[in-house]
Design a protein around this ligand. Structure first.
Ligand SMILES: [Zn+2]
Length: 339
């Protein structure tokens, strides 16, 4: 059986694979943690080549990735990927899913693959710094976002990032939905956070959620989408469903044109107590000094910009803005008086 030694390469390209296949090679020897470009992974599958670690033995991380221990979580990630795609929460190759298999190893989805087409063999294993430990395909570029959450929240075992249209509609308008409208939302999500925009895939982007993750399980990502964390991948996907359906329902209510009725604050306290018993995070339980319920005046006319997300204008510009608005209002009043 002929084998080609590619263990000096950190990244394996389609060219490396094609050259080996042309030479009649059936096995590629890779360094531990070596990554394949998506085209290289596709060429490996097409030529039916076997990948193995240094000395021909699969390395420790490859063994973990392919273990019976990892299998049920890999299957759960694939099932959740299909749910996200079917619910139209991801498009193209968008969205990503991860599960903290061990303290030092996280299963995650690869880059450039539709979540509808995921199979357990596509998944990768990374360490807490994002270095790929095992897996034939390159890890998602968004894994840094997931890892910041795992590092900050010990209870977080699963992270789902996606772009559900209704929740993302709030995120692109710099708004968050109000609280105290629907009990299920209060219990499972509650007051959601909105993190400021940063370029996806960067460490800076990953860090934007840090002020919120300890007191929230769902964060709207400005001009981007959402991220949810939970104890299981299935539960993290539930939160995506709960927040998107809630945003959608509010938009429908807005079309009715009537004011929203609210759950009274004292009844909302009951829901917060249930939430506390379930061990779910909420900024209101962490004593954020805000009232339990937001009171928007009309449906969709939301409301609170989370701390840190408010636009900051220099004092001079703020004064000019106030003056311009005041002038416009007075002018309109004057015109109304004269008509
Ligand atoms: Zn995204």
């Amino acid at each position: 059986m002929s084998r080609r030694d590619l263990s000096r390469h950190r990244i394996i390209t389609a060219q490396d694979v094609e050259d080996a296949a042309r030479a009649g090679v059936v096995e590629l020897l890779l360094q531990p943690g070596a990554m394949l470009t998506p085209e290289a992974a596709e060429a490996v599958a097409r030529h039916g080549l076997k990948l193995c670690g240094r000395d021909g033995a699969d390395n420790e991380w490859e063994r973990l990735l392919n273990s019976a221990e990892a299998q049920p979580f890999k299957e759960e990630i694939c099932a959740v990927g299909r749910k996200l795609w079917q619910r139209m929460y991801v498009d193209g190759n968008g969205g990503n899913i991860s599960y903290r298999l061990r303290d030092d190893a996280v299963l995650c989805t690869p880059t450039l693959l539709s979540k509808a087409d995921l199979t357990p063999a596509d998944l990768c294993l990374v360490d807490l710094d994002g270095k790929q430990l095992a897996g034939g395909k390159a890890r998602t570029s968004e894994i840094l976002l997931h890892l910041e959450i795992y590092k900050a929240v010990p209870e977080a075992r699963a992270v789902v990032h996606c772009h559900p249209p209704h929740a993302t509609a709030y995120a692109i308008t710099g708004r968050v939905p109000p609280t105290c409208i629907i009990p299920e939302y209060e219990v499972f999500i509650g007051r959601v956070a909105l993190s400021p925009y940063e370029t996806p895939g960067t460490k800076k982007f990953a860090e934007t959620v840090l002020p919120y993750v300890r007191t929230h399980n769902t964060v709207l990502l400005a001009n981007h989408g959402i991220v949810c964390w939970a104890d299981t991948v299935t539960h993290a996907e539930w939160y995506a469903e709960v927040v998107d359906t809630y945003c959608w329902t509010l938009m429908l209510a807005q079309q009715l044109g009537a004011p929203l009725s609210h759950i009274p604050a004292e009844k909302a306290e009951d829901l917060l107590a249930i939430k506390q018993r379930l061990g779910l995070p909420d900024a209101r339980l962490a004593g954020d000094n805000c009232p339990v319920c937001d009171m928007p005046e009309r449906p969709g006319a939301i409301t609170t910009l989370p701390a840190g997300a408010a636009p900051k204008l220099p004092p001079a510009e703020m004064d000019a803005l106030i003056e311009a608005v005041t002038e416009a209002v007075l002018k309109a009043l004057e015109q109304k008086r004269q008509s």
